[in-house]
Write a protein that binds this ligand. Structure first.
Ligand code: NAP
Length: 247
């Protein structure tokens, strides 16, 4: 019988992996999306949308849909679903691969301030500048909401949800972004500090190059740790190999 692979998605890597799996003869692939983005774009294979109802719900789903392998290819900051996937994998014994693109590395000339959380980023900001480009995602703004006296330019894919800082301007945009475009954005809005999560990947890294070239400080929020005992592979190729389906 065809192996059934469930890919927990919401990332470029998950989309690429689904395309590779769907192209393999005899492999059935289902991508699961949380349903946060209104127009998620086409995906190869089958798609299911919405939460499972915690680790127990995911465990039941794996059993009910006879999943043979699970790939957690969610975003590095999607902490809950990753914890749930680890618990469901342990409960069912379904072989599981965690795919995480590598984090960004500072380059010469970078003025990075690495912090452990959005709250720590908010604490660091007043000492670094007054006009802030915030690219931490629309759901992570509460940590900055108490900051008065700073002007925030918030860039996100979907409109942010309150609470947001009192002086906030929103730009809706979806990557990939270019260095020229990011440089223009930083200049046009007279930004003097950038805040980002360490998402990694190329689609949104141009802002780091632009900030470096303009000599701007960047507050980088570190990734949450993976669950105990979980190790990740860095790319689609390694994920396929780990599944025994590549190269
Ligand atoms: P999260 O905090 O880890 O997850 C919250 C809840 O959303 C989970 O407990 C689960 O609900 C549901 N969920 C999350 N990902 C799911 C998936 N792929 N399929 C089905 N249900 C899912 O996640 P998040 O940070 O809100 O991110 C949500 C999605 O957006 C993820 O798929 C992630 O890959 C993508 N994304 C996140 C970020 C980010 O910065 N966090 C950036 C880009 C894309 P139940 O407990 O009910 O199962």
């Amino acid at each position: 019988m065809s192996p059934h692979v469930l890919v927990l998605g919401g990332t470029t890597e998950a989309r690429r992996l689904a395309a590779r799996l769907a192209a393999l003869p005899g492999v059935r692939v289902t991508t699961s999306l949380a349903g946060r983005v209104s127009r998620p774009g086409a995906l190869a294979g089958e798609v299911r949308i919405g939460g499972f109802g915690g680790a127990d719900g995911l465990t039941a789903w794996l059993r009910e849909h006879r999943v043979d392998a699970l790939v957690d290819a969610t975003h590095p900051f999607a902490e809950s679903i990753t914890a749930n996937a680890a618990r469901a994998a342990a409960a069912t014994g379904v072989p599981t691969v965690v795919l995480r693109r590598p984090g960004w590395r500072p380059a010469p000339g970078d003025r990075w301030h690495t912090v452990p959380s959005p709250a720590a980023a908010a604490q660091a900001l007043p000492g670094l500048g007054r006009r802030v480009l915030l690219t931490t995602g629309r759901l992570g703004l509460a940590a900055f909401a108490h900051l008065t006296g700073l002007h925030f330019v918030v860039r996100s894919v979907e409109p942010p949800e309150p609470p947001v800082p009192p002086d906030t301007e929103v730009i809706l945009a979806r990557g990939p972004f270019t260095v020229a475009g990011e440089t223009g954005l930083l200049r046009d809005h007279r930004i003097d500090v950038l805040v980002t999560k360490d998402s990694g990947g190329e689609a949104t890294s141009a802002k780091l190059t632009a900030a470096r070239e303009l000599g701007l400080p960047v507050v980088v929020v570190q990734r949450p740790p993976l669950p105990d005992g979980v190790t990740a592979v860095p790319d689609v190729r390694a994920a396929l190999e780990r599944l025994g389906l590549g190269p």
